[in-house]
Design a protein around this ligand. Structure first.
Ligand SMILES: N[C@@H](CCC(=O)N[C@@H](CS)C(=O)NCC(=O)O)C(=O)O
Length: 207
């Protein structure tokens, strides 16, 4: 299997973590989004990352890829089967990919992407808006939801992958969850990013 997309991307990381959890071998091609690479473009109709090619089968979108991997390699399961657990896992996957990603990525975009890759100045006002105003209600919500090592039931799942993934970009931007204010979330993020599958994905090629 070929995985397209730089290891900086939280969405690419979701796929790499899932592959590591399931012990599936892959080749990683760390392209940027919209890269002028014909094979990548064929796999990603919108030019977004991640995308995969598996024995001639092409697919884009991290959640679509996770579900494909789950059906093709069911063990260990990363999607719960019990109805309520399944509903919550899908919810956390969506919440992680949308609302949480949109705010967690701001410090990374401002402090890492803009100065280093886009040659633009950092807007610390946008960072402060994310850290001081936009993220606290989302962190409050997650703090209420965490009652053990996993967000859903008693096993690691797509919920944990999708919620934890963007926190690594926050760390790359020299920011962290305040453990005094959100102790359960801070511990949960650290423990999840320390899993072997996440550690391997965090070391993935960035470009
Ligand atoms: N829903 C998609 C989102 C993928 C996505 O937006 N990736 C970003 C990089 S982190 C991207 O390719 N952005 C380029 C664009 O939006 O045109 C997924 O889960 O894979």
């Amino acid at each position: 299997m070929i995985v397209y997309g730089t290891g900086y991307s939280p969405y690419v990381r979701k796929v790499l973590v899932s592959l590591a959890e399931k012990g599936i071998a892959y080749e990683h091609r760390p392209v940027m989004f919209h890269a002028p690479d014909a094979d990548f473009q064929a796999a990603s109709p919108l030019g977004k990352i991640p995308a995969i090619e598996d024995d001639g089968f092409r697919l884009a979108d991290s959640s679509a890829i996770l579900w494909y991997l789950e059906r093709k390699h069911p063990t260990p399961a990363l999607v719960p089967t019990e109805p309520k657990a399944l509903g919550r896992a899908v919810w956390f996957d969506k919440f992680g990919d949308t609302e949480l990603f949109a705010k967690l990525i701001v410090p990374f975009v401002q402090r890492v992407l803009k100065p280093n890759m886009m040659k633009q100045p950092t807007d610390e006002g946008a960072v402060a808006q994310a850290l001081d105003t936009d993220l606290p209600p989302l962190f409050d919500y997650l703090e209420r939801e965490i009652s053990g090592p996993y967000l859903v039931g008693d096993a690691f799942s797509i919920a944990d992958i999708s919620i934890a993934t963007s926190f690594y970009n926050l760390h790359l931007a020299q920011a962290k969850v305040d453990a005094d204010r959100w102790p359960k979330l801070a511990a949960y993020v650290d423990a999840t990013l320390a899993r072997p599958s996440f550690k391997a994905a965090l070391e993935a090629k960035k470009g």
